[in-house]
Design a protein around this ligand. Structure first.
Ligand code: GDP
Length: 328
């Protein structure tokens, strides 16, 4: 495939590591306009070999648990070690242009100023599937731009954690110290995604509570069966203080050990392959749906459903039948 000059320039600037080119490329993949989709497809296709190299880390936790504080401290630490850190967000509820979750400029004040950091708010609007698609593509673009660590943040709502786990290599769950000894209202499904649980705010008056909470989670996590090909001891529970920058080395070491173990056992590659297939299925559904909706006039059927002269299911069958008949 020959690239248009425009796409080629964008690709060259991106691969050169220019953050402005990266921002523009992400805007392109976020666009739903057919012409932009086409150029985005061209661009991504031309980058296949430059992608896949980053450590992709999902991060979740309820609002207020300290996600942005953690990402800022953790990101600064990684940059200090010579890594290049991209931060993306998945927030399907975000409707504000530019995204609500990371839109606030006061978040991650130090990190935004770093040359080796790139922070991008959640793509705004649309259902989770669309947001997930755009975020997956943004991950690839970050990798092509030379970011070796991609943090994908999500707030603890609904299905977004699962979507993030499906596009990352490992999943970090941030929790706050609990008052009593009972586990916090973390859904079992979310706990099951976690590779490393971090009890944040392990400082000052909360330090003891954090240690107790960590012990509670450590025993709860033992109930989850270790994954095939996993390093010993995961999922793991740790304490940290994002504010006082304590325990962050331990979190990083835990992630590195996990990652190395998975590379050695082949689990890393198996996960990436499974994710590629999942992505293919999702893309198939959405492409098919887009093609169908663009080519099928549903107004008559809608009117019949509203009037009660046709059942919804019969109308749907008729619509799909017409779509198929028109292509035969
Ligand atoms: P987010 O909503 O999950 O992104 O949480 P923020 O990072 O905005 O933090 C929420 C509040 O918790 C802020 O007031 C932070 O200063 C505070 N916070 C975050 N991390 C820590 C920590 O490690 N220790 C303490 N004591 N407070 C923290």
């Amino acid at each position: 495939m020959t690239l248009s000059d425009r796409t080629k320039r964008l690709r060259d600037d991106l691969v050169d590591g220019q953050r402005r080119a990266l921002a523009r490329a992400i805007t392109l993949v976020e666009s739903t306009r057919p012409h932009d989709r086409e150029q985005a497809g061209e661009l991504l296709g031309s980058l296949a070999e430059a992608t896949g190299g980053a450590m992709r880390i999902g991060l979740s936790g309820t609002p207020g648990v300290g996600k942005s504080t953690f990402i800022e401290s953790f990101g600064m630490k990684l940059i200090g070690q010579g890594r290049r850190v991209a931060v993306l967000a998945v927030d399907p509820s975000s409707t504000v242009a530019g995204g609500a979750i990371l839109g606030d400029k006061t978040r991650m004040e130090r990190l935004v100023r770093e040359r080796d950091a790139f922070i991008r708010p959640s793509p705004s609007g649309g259902e989770l599937g669309g947001v997930a698609r755009r975020t997956r593509e943004a991950i690839l673009l970050c990798e092509a731009a030379g970011f070796d660590t991609v943090l994908v943040e999500t707030v603890g709502v609904g299905q977004s954690e699962t979507a993030v786990a499906q596009m990352t290599d490992m999943f970090l769950l941030l929790l706050a110290p609990a008052g009593g000894d009972e586990l916090q209202g973390v859904k079992r499904g979310v706990m099951e995604l976690a590779d490393v649980v971090v009890i944040n705010k392990a400082d000052g008056a909360l330090k003891d509570a954090a240690a107790r909470t960590r012990a509670d989670y450590a025993s709860a996590l033992r109930l989850f069966r270790a994954r095939d090909g996993e390093a010993e001891g995961y999922p793991l529970a740790l304490t940290a203080s994002a504010l006082e920058e304590e325990g962050l080395d331990g979190v990083w070491e835990a992630l590195v050990r996990l990652d190395e173990g998975r590379h050695a056992s082949g689990l890393h590659d198996r996960r990436r392959r499974a994710q590629a297939l999942q992505w293919f299925e999702a893309a198939l559904d959405s492409n098919l749906m887009a093609a169908f909706r663009a080519r099928t006039d549903l107004r008559g059927l809608r009117a019949e459903v509203e009037a009660g002269t046709l059942t919804p299911d019969a109308a749907a069958q008729a619509a799909v039948g017409r779509f198929i008949a028109a292509r035969e």
